[in-house]
Design a binder for this molecule. Structure first.
Ligand code: HEC
Ligand code: HEC
Length: 238
């Protein structure tokens, strides 16, 4: 049994010890903050992107750094997961990525047909800059694993396997399809695809998958004729 004065000393000593430990840990955290918060990289673009994020309450559906609503994907690592081109195309027309079942809002301010090419491009770039900045904060490994590891950007890519691939193929198609054992696995691997399908069919399919196979989950991507040609030509080489 402790005497009364021993108990008092134990209480005061313990409190002092914990107080000092708390103080040291707080100072340690404060000292680490500047390096970990990525604050040096906070450009004008990032700030504008943050405004877009707040003004439109993206957090009403998404979480970022674990905060927000659980309706839509966590976006802390989205740039790493999807790549910038993918996100820009998605923001402009989310529906075309997941026809018939998507819930992500199509915002007018990302649509060149509504606010003009310049404004839409700036809003997309700002949003992506903000998301990229958040992704570079040192969060001690949060989120544990990118939850949808489908994006090409998250893998070690052997560039020789993608030789000759058009830009759009690398940036978008590759996120869902494998070539030479690397890439995303949402859709089938595309090795040998030219032996399975005629060139004309591939052209129609890529231009508008819904028209060829209603209900398919392969999205339709906005692209010009030259890009379509280049992709179809490239598929012939696989
Ligand atoms: C009404 C709910 C809702 C709001 C508000 C919303 N989103 Fe989304 N978002 C979604 C859903 C659901 C998805 C998953 C894809 C889908 O179903 O379309 C998504 C997907 C995304 C993705 C792709 C994520 C991935 O891993 O593929 C990005 C980037 C994104 N949203 C950005 C934004 C931004 C930026 C805003 C605000 C300007 C916003 N979202 C507001 C519902 C929402
Ligand atoms: C969001 C994921 C996604 C992206 C991005 C994507 N695809 Fe697909 N793709 C799919 C899915 C899923 C299928 C299977 C669809 C089905 O059978 O209904 C598919 C099927 C295909 C097929 C038929 C392959 C076969 O063996 O049946 C080709 C060819 C193809 N995609 C080419 C492309 C090209 C080229 C691009 C880029 C312009 C692209 N895909 C981008 C998801 C995607």
């Amino acid at each position: 049994m402790l005497t009364k004065s021993q108990a008092k000393a134990f209480f005061l000593g313990g409190t002092a010890l914990c107080g000092v430990a708390f103080l040291l840990l707080t100072l340690d955290t404060l000292a680490q903050m500047p390096a970990r918060s990525n604050q040096d990289a906070m450009s004008e673009e990032v700030v504008r992107g943050h405004m877009i994020w707040n003004k439109n309450n993206c957090m009403g559906c998404h979480t970022i750094l674990g905060e927000g609503a659980y309706y839509a994907p966590e976006l802390t690592q989205v740039v790493e997961r999807r790549g910038k081109e993918w996100i820009a195309a998605f923001l402009e027309d989310p529906e075309s990525f997941y026809p018939g079942r998507r819930k992500m809002i199509k915002y007018d301010f990302y649509d060149p047909a509504i606010v003009g090419a310049e404004e839409a491009a700036r809003n997309k770039a700002d949003t992506i800059a903000f998301l990229e900045w958040v992704g570079n904060i040192d969060t001690n490994g949060f989120p544990a694993e990118p939850d949808l590891v489908q994006g090409a950007a998250t893998q070690e890519i052997d560039p020789t396997k993608l030789e000759g691939a058009p830009e759009m193929f690398r940036n978008i198609c590759f996120g869902c399809h494998q070539v030479g054992g690397q890439g995303g696995n949402v859709g089938p691997a595309l090795d040998g695809v030219s032996e399975r399908f005629e060139e004309d069919y591939l052209r129609q399919w890529i231009a508008d998958p819904q028209a060829v196979k209603p209900g398919t989950t392969m999205p339709k991507f906005p692209m010009d004729e030259a890009t379509l040609d280049a992709i179809v030509q490239y598929l012939q080489t696989l």
